[in-house]
Design a binder for this molecule. Structure first.
Ligand SMILES: *Cc1c(COP(=O)(O)O)cnc(C)c1O
Length: 227
């Protein structure tokens, strides 16, 4: 047999705690908590672990692998048809069709080849999936995200290809204060006329909210540490 499912109360408490932290940060920033979408990042966690969050009313979830999401979510969605599924990890162009079929929002559009694949997949499926353009805000070598210098051209191409743009996304460098990077993403989004800013994770989402985040991507604070 599988491990017993986490009891609902135990899974509900972290959700209630995260919601309270969101409300607190929003209050300090004089923002309405409803402006902030909590994307519950359920990557690596089983359907049994996700169920209590669904039962507690959470409806927006994030995954970082197409195959894992395909294995978990169709069954969960039968029980909860109003779930919105976001892709928060890097996407290979050859998975674009599957991603467009499965996800309601993609946070990792970051290069022309992926843009072309997504536009083609959306045309074929007759379904437009809104995308955040991921920016390599710390100019890190091994990191996903579009270089700052390439952003205007990528945005122009996305608009030309009729890809609905939700805004900008970033993952700041690990181990240093993220606030300057969040502030920079906020300004970049404003400069390009976007309302959406996908930034902030378990360890720094309050800072992100104070600096304008509209979508926070929270995994371990809701589900515990990943294996
Ligand atoms: C895993 C992941 C998250 C969630 O990280 P936590 O620190 O567990 O909250 C957020 N964003 C992206 C892109 C991720 O891959």
């Amino acid at each position: 047999m599988d491990q017993p499912a986490t009891p609902p109360a135990a899974a509900y408490a972290p959700l209630a705690a995260v919601r309270e932290r969101i409300a607190h940060a929003a209050r300090i920033a004089r923002r309405a908590p409803e402006e902030i979408t909590l994307v519950a990042v359920s990557k690596t966690h089983s359907a049994e672990r996700i169920d209590p969050l669904l039962a507690a009313g959470q409806r927006v979830f994030g995954e970082n692998r197409v195959q894992e999401a395909q294995a978990k979510w169709p069954a969960l969605r039968e029980a909860y048809p109003d779930v919105a599924l976001h892709l928060v990890g890097q996407l290979q162009s050859n998975k674009a069709e599957e991603a467009v079929a499965l996800f309601d929002c993609i946070h990792s559009l970051d290069r022309p080849s992926l843009l072309t694949a997504l536009a083609r997949a959306m045309d074929k499926a007759g379904r437009r999936v809104s995308c955040f353009v991921q920016v390599n805000i710390g100019a890190e070598d091994q990191k996903g995200g579009c270089a700052l210098a390439d952003l205007p051209a990528l945005l122009a191409r996305a608009r030309a290809a009729d890809i609905p743009l939700a805004g900008l996304m970033c993952v700041p460098p690990a181990g240093i204060e993220p606030a300057p990077f969040f502030a920079q993403l906020d300004k970049l989004a404003a400069d390009h006329g976007f309302a959406g800013r996908s930034m902030g994770m378990s360890d720094d989402f309050e800072t992100a909210i104070m600096l304008g985040a509209t979508h926070i991507r929270v995994g371990s604070a809701l589900f515990g540490a990943r294996a």
